[in-house]
Structure formats: C-alpha cells, structure tokens
Design a protein around this ligand. Structure first.
Ligand code: FAD
Length: 402
C-alpha cells in the first residue's frame, strides 16, 4: 500500500499515548500504525518502586496492550529494538527488521552509574517489572537466609539505596511499609533491619521544594530510614558499598541504585547525538537533523525556555509530549505548521509509603500526608482514564484513597 507507515517504539507513557492519539486523529485509510514493544503489556513505571518493595503485586502494574489499544487499527510487534538505521529508514529488531516513514521513539530510561566501580554489576535497579520483581524476591530471600544461616549475618537485613531523587525516596518509603510485614513473616526483630539512603547532594530530592523535601526526610526518618547525605558512594561490591572520604564500608544484603538515569542504550547505539545521556530535541520534539523522527519521554530533553534548562523527566511530561507528537505527525502528513511543545505543569506528588505523601498541585499549592496521598491516587487514576477509560480505572485504579 501507499499509506504512510508510522512506527512507534516502546509502549511506555509516551508510546502508548502517542499511539492512542494517532488512532484518534487518523482513519485506517490514512496511515498504517505499528507499535513495537518488548512485552505484550504496558506497565506503570511510576509504580515500580511499589513492585520492588513488594507492596503491590507486579500484575497490578501491568496492562495488556490489546486491552487498551485497538489491534485492528494498530499492528503490535512484540520484539526488542536493537538499533535505528536512519539513513535507510529502518529499525533493526532482535528477530526482524521494519521500515518506517515516521518514527516515534519512546524507549524510556536505563540506569546511569557514572562510572562508579562495581555499580553496574553489583547493584539492582528499578527499571522494569522484571527487574523490580527481582528486587522484591531478593530482599525476601535475604530475610529467609537470615533465619537459616549460622554465624555473623546481620548485614543480610541491611538494604542500601543509592540516590535520594524521586525514585530513591519513594522506594525507601515503600520499604518502611514492607519491612514490618517481612519481619512478622520471618519472625525477625525489626530493630535488626537497616534501610540506609545514601546521597551525594547535601539534601534529599535535589531540585524539589525545600520545605516539602524536609517534610519527606523527617517523615521517613521517623519510620527508621537512615540518611547519609553529602556522601559519595565510591565503590559497590557484591555485598557492600564503600562511602565517603574515609572510605567506610557498609555491608548490605541488598543494594539498589537509583542515583541516575540516561536514555535507553538503543539511542546512543543508533548514533543520535547525546547530551548528558539523552537527545536534546527541537521544540517540535523532533531529533535535530531529522524531519521524520520524534524522540519522547525519558530518551530526550526538552528545553524549558523560561528556566534555561530541560524539564525534569516525568510521566506527566511524556504523556503531554504525546499530544504534540501526534499533532505534528498530522501536520507533516497534511501540511501546516508544526507546533512547539508547551508544558502544563500540574504539580508533582511523591508517595512516602502507606498513607504518607507530599507534593505540589496547581499553583504550587503544597500538600502533605493523606491529602497528598489522595491526590497521588487521583493523578494515577487520571492517567488510567486517559489510556483506557472508566473500565481501566475500575480494574487497576487506586480509587480508595483512605
Ligand atoms: P517508559 O514509561 O519507561 O516506557 C518505556 C517502554 O519501552 C517500556 O514499556 C519498555 O518495556 C519499552 N522498551 C524498553 N526498551 C525496549 C527495547 N529495546 N525494545 C522494545 N521495547 C523497549 N513521573 C511522574 O510524573 N510522577 C511520578 O510520580 C513518578 N514516579 C516515578 C517512580 C519511579 C519508581 C520511577 C522509576 C519513575 C517515576 N516517574 C514519575 C518518572 C516516569 O516514570 C518516567 O519519566 C516515564 O516512565 C517516562 O516515560 P517513557 O514513555 O519515556 O518511558
């Protein structure tokens, strides 16, 4: 056929919403749409800290793609993207190759370890459902070992979390909820367990409102999370981290790195120019130098012209980019001006475990505790509604705020 072929890589927030918008804007006779993803499901990346801690079932975070995307309109290919060959307008997959007229890349992030020795090999990371479930299982296994092994073994109950950004903080909050349950299950004295958050910056949640960050730190410290702030991790060994100028060694049964992310490795491999691990896209979200390639979500930086720096990578940003991307593909097909992306910041709420949370909404109004938690649930449900309507909210939603 002569229909233009639009290929979307990655079924994350950016990829799913772009695909959805494209099916709403274009009829079957107008374009062929293909969605490529590693799995046959989409997952809620923003819930992975809960999967990793074991406070929600991994299945809760997954949504079958065919349940929310019309597969009569969109061809789904379950495969892994290996490389994009821009010159030939082709995408190399693990098991196949496909051509495209327009390409949308939404392959998400992977961990960046900044060359810290041993971090790549020895630390877990919260990157996908599979990797998050592995953390959950590993922690539980260490608790089980503690009950069964002889000798000095207290370190099995130590969990080190590197990085006090959004993911690190939300994760230790979930651990604060999970640990008492595990202690009960394995009959372990709770005082034996240590959860240590290590951050190189002098405070947690760098870039976040100071008052809110302070609230979060106190709330977590009250629930026995230890903080080591202004402290660098020098090395990560299989069962310890070496920290600070004095090179203190902390033995730990579980080490999770949340201290940095970069674009999916496919981006660099495909020869796109990277700044700090991601592609800085034009204001119309296209990759510089390419007429027909859009890079969205955690693979790219979009400049916040007002502040002179890129917007922080969030699901909220990825979802909004999808609208601009779909509109711009439409403009490329039918003529007309391409629009510049404009971000509408609706605020950010961080969960701190259980009914604890904090964040900002609307005009930077600050929320704390259960009110913030209720707002977090509203944000999660709003996305489910956009993606799959009321049916999906009923099935996966977090509509019980209290
Ligand atoms: P993703 O949603 O990560 O999707 C990428 C997709 O690509 C995945 O489905 C993956 O399976 C697929 N994929 C990857 N590699 C390949 C390949 N080679 N081939 C085929 N498919 C592939 N943001 C907020 O706004 N609010 C929050 O509260 C929040 N909390 C967070 C909590 C945690 C624990 C984490 C980790 C992040 C959080 N974020 C939050 C950030 C947010 O999740 C990301 O910014 C967002 O997921 C980016 O969306 P994306 O579409 O770029 O990528």
């Amino acid at each position: 056929t002569n229909k233009p072929k639009i290929v979307v890589l990655g079924a994350g927030y950016a990829g799913m919403m772009t695909t959805k918008r494209l099916t709403q804007k274009l009829g079957p006779e107008e374009a062929e749409i293909v969605l490529v993803n590693k799995h046959n499901y989409h997952y809620q990346t923003t819930w992975l800290h809960e999967v990793a801690a074991g406070t929600i079932n991994p299945n809760r975070s997954r949504i079958m793609i065919k349940d929310v995307i019309d597969t009569k309109r969109v061809a789904l290919i379950q495969d892994s993207v290996v490389e994009v060959k821009q010159d030939e307008q082709r995408v190399v997959l693990e098991n196949d190759e496909i051509g495209y007229d327009f390409l949308v890349i939404g392959l998400g992030f992977e961990k960046a370890t900044f060359g810290i020795p041993g971090m790549e090999e020895n630390a877990f990371s919260i990157e996908s459902v599979d990797k998050s479930r592995l953390i959950r299982d590993h922690i539980e296994y260490q608790f089980s070992r503690y009950k069964n092994e002889p000798g000095e073994k207290d370190h099995l109950l130590t969990i080190v979390v590197g990085g006090a950004g959004f993911t690190g903080i939300e994760f230790v909050g979930e651990l604060a909820e999970r640990v008492p349950e595990l202690c009960k299950k394995y009959d372990i004295d709770k005082r034996k367990v240590r959860i240590i958050n290590i951050e190189a910056a002098p405070s947690i949640l760098p870039g976040f409102d100071e008052e809110l960050a302070d609230y979060a730190r106190k709330s977590l410290a009250f629930r026995d999370i230890e903080f080591k702030l202004g402290v660098m991790i020098k090395e990560c060994k299989p069962d310890s981290v070496v920290i600070g100028e004095e090179e203190e060694e902390i033995k730990a049964g579980t080490i999770v790195w949340t201290g940095g992310v970069q674009a999916n490795g496919v981006i660099g491999k495909s020869g796109f120019e990277l700044t700090k691990g991601k592609v800085t896209v034009n204001s119309d979200l296209r990759a510089p130098g390419y007429e027909n390639i859009f890079i969205l979500g955690d693979c790219s930086w979009v400049m916040d012209e007002e502040k002179g720096r890129p917007f922080p990578p969030t699901a909220q940003l990825a979802i909004q980019e999808a609208d601009t991307c779909a509109n711009n593909i439409y403009a490329l097909l039918y003529g007309g001006e391409l629009e510049s992306f404009i971000y509408d910041n609706k605020g950010t709420v961080a969960s701190l475990g259980g009914q604890h949370a904090m964040g900002t909404v609307f005009d930077q109004k600050k929320l704390y505790g259960v009110t913030a938690k209720a707002m977090k649930n509203v944000i999660d449900d709003r996305y489910l509604f956009l993606l799959g309507g009321p049916k999906l909210v009923l099935k996966k939603g977090k509509f019980r705020p209290f």
